[in-house]
Design a binder for this molecule. Structure first.
Ligand code: RB5
Length: 146
């Protein structure tokens, strides 16, 4: 699968961990985030990375800021993006299985490298279960249209 990583200055410390884990799992990784600690605005990076998913250049986006919150709020404003902000692996798995999340948001000021890798692994290894969950995801899509 193809993943795109987007990050602001607050998220930079986890970029290598995310990239390493995805590559170890055999995925292609594109990185569109900021490369240094100079202050930038997370909605800009969320937009840039999520557009790669919308344009089908990537299957999933992984967004990293200080808390993951700003990135998830921003990403969820973009039509077609379902972003899950996760600080433990269970929610990352359920985000894929139940919510068909196509975007994972992580806080580099919240979790460390190893927990981050577990979350990324769980997200990448889990598939949408469909069934009753499809009906609910369809209702999310309807919310976007209103
Ligand atoms: C930047 O200081 C910080 O606000 C940002 O990385 C993120 O945590 C926002 O939600």
């Amino acid at each position: 699968m193809k993943f795109v990583i987007g990050n602001d200055h607050g998220g930079i410390d986890l970029v290598d961990a995310v990239k390493e884990e995805l590559e170890a799992l055999g995925h292609d990784v594109m990185w569109v985030g900021t490369k240094d600690k100079e202050s930038t605005d997370y909605p800009d990076w969320a937009k840039l990375a999520c557009e790669k998913v919308i344009d089908k250049e990537a299957d999933y986006a992984i967004l990293i800021c200080g808390t993951g919150v700003g990135m998830s709020i921003s990403a969820n404003k973009i039509k077609g993006i379902r972003a899950a902000c996760c600080s433990e692996p269970y929610s990352a798995r359920m985000g894929r299985q139940h919510n068909n999340a196509n975007c994972l948001c992580i806080g580099a000021r919240v979790i460390g490298n190893e927990l981050c890798k577990m979350i990324v692994r769980e997200f990448a290894n889990s598939d949408f279960q469909g069934g009753r969950h499809q009906r609910r995801v369809d209702k999310i899509k309807k919310l976007e249209e209103n």
